[in-house]
Design a protein around this ligand. Structure first.
Ligand SMILES: NCc1[nH]cc(CCC(=O)O)c1CC(=O)O
Length: 337
């Protein structure tokens, strides 16, 4: 590594520029791209950094995430971080369990990508153009539940594998469409495949979708200081609200729960412009028979509380009962189908 150490001394006074920060990442193209942005930003602010690929249970198995358990993508990275084999771990934030891990701190949430889900369909079709019975692949119960609830009669089928594999199933004609995170396609430069970005009225994304969690050990002051430069307060507020909603529902990343928060500019009676955090959330029955939705607006400083308040509203609307509904025996159908 030939990092410009003279820049480091100017950019971050007091940093020991002799240390090469090791960034742990999964080996998929998506993960490497994500971790690469963190490495590049560290180098741009005068640090030395390099990637270290860590294999995870999520990479070894093709079974649905609901079966192999939450944390499949993140546990191995955290083990390496705790042992000191790496100094920094870059996770897709939505893959992290909601329970905080006291050994670490999320030192940076970099500016988030568009968090919407994306439809990749044959022949350039949008969702409303897919005929009843179309085979639509998705990895997430949240997406399956919301797709079924649209009442289009789609045949929702499970899907795993890296993004390339998923896209190929549409190209090969095995599936009519797949629904994946738009952010993932953006990061691997495959937005060309998207035939429709799904609006929140059709489908609410996973809490924290499109955001990265950049973790380091709680006592590693040097990494914490270095990563602080990459933190985006608005992304942090949005993700905090979405994750608090998920945590209050006592649900994990495989639950049929969607959320989207945004910091928006508002204006009061005296013409003063201020930031507001707008949060929408939903909980769905896996068979698509019902979805409850609610929204809330407040100060970005109250992100955590807004998320918890909205979760309680969803619980009052019957979220707990909906989340207990199980998958239909046949893949297809759904409300109104
Ligand atoms: N669960 C897998 C996963 N974790 C993060 C992303 C995409 C990037 C992101 O959401 O930040 C994906 C793929 C997908 O959901 O389509």
């Amino acid at each position: 590594m030939t990092a410009p150490t003279y820049v480091a001394r100017e950019a971050v006074p007091g940093v020991d520029t002799g240390r090469i920060l090791k960034i742990g990442t999964r080996g998929s193209l998506l993960a490497l791209t994500q971790a690469g942005t963190v490495r590049d930003a560290l180098i741009a602010t005068g640090h030395q950094a390099e990637l270290v690929v860590v294999r995870t249970a999520g990479d070894e198995s093709a079974a649905p995430v609901q079966e192999i358990g939450v944390g499949v993508f993140t546990t191995a990275l955290r083990d390496e971080l705790f042992s000191g084999a790496v100094d920094i771990a870059v996770h897709s934030y939505k893959d992290l369990p909601t329970a905080p891990d006291e050994r670490f701190v999320i030192a940076a949430i970099p500016p988030r990508e568009d968090s919407r889900d994306a439809l990749v369909a044959r022949d350039g079709l949008v969702l409303g153009e897919l005929p009843a019975g179309s085979k639509v692949g998705t990895s997430a119960p949240r997406r399956a539940a919301q797709l079924r609830a649209l009442g289009l009669g789609l045949d929702v089928v499970p899907l795993r594998g890296n993004l390339d594999t998923r896209l190929r199933k549409v190209a090969d004609g095995e599936l009519d469409a797949v629904v994946v995170a738009r952010a993932g396609l953006s990061r691997i430069d495959r937005l060309d495949a998207v035939t429709e970005a799904l609006e929140p009225v059709q489908m609410l994304p996973a809490p924290a979708q499109g955001a990265l969690a950049v973790e380091c050990r709680i006592d590693d002051a040097e990494s914490i200081a270095a990563l602080a430069l990459q933190d985006d307060p608005q992304s942090r507020a949005a993700v905090t609200a979405e994750r608090a909603l998920l945590a209050e529902l006592e649900a994990g990343c495989t639950a049929p729960v969607g959320a989207i928060a945004e910091v928006v500019e508002s204006i009061d009676e005296s013409g003063r412009i201020f930031d507001e955090l707008s949060l929408r959330g939903c909980a769905a029955a896996l068979d698509g028979s019902d979805v409850v939705k609610a929204s809330i607006v407040g100060s970005p400083d109250d992100a955590e509380k807004l998320g918890r308040d909205l979760a309680r509203e969803l619980l009052d609307l019957g979220a707990r009962e909906l989340m207990a509904v199980t998958e239909p025996a046949s893949g297809g159908g759904g409300a109104g189908a």
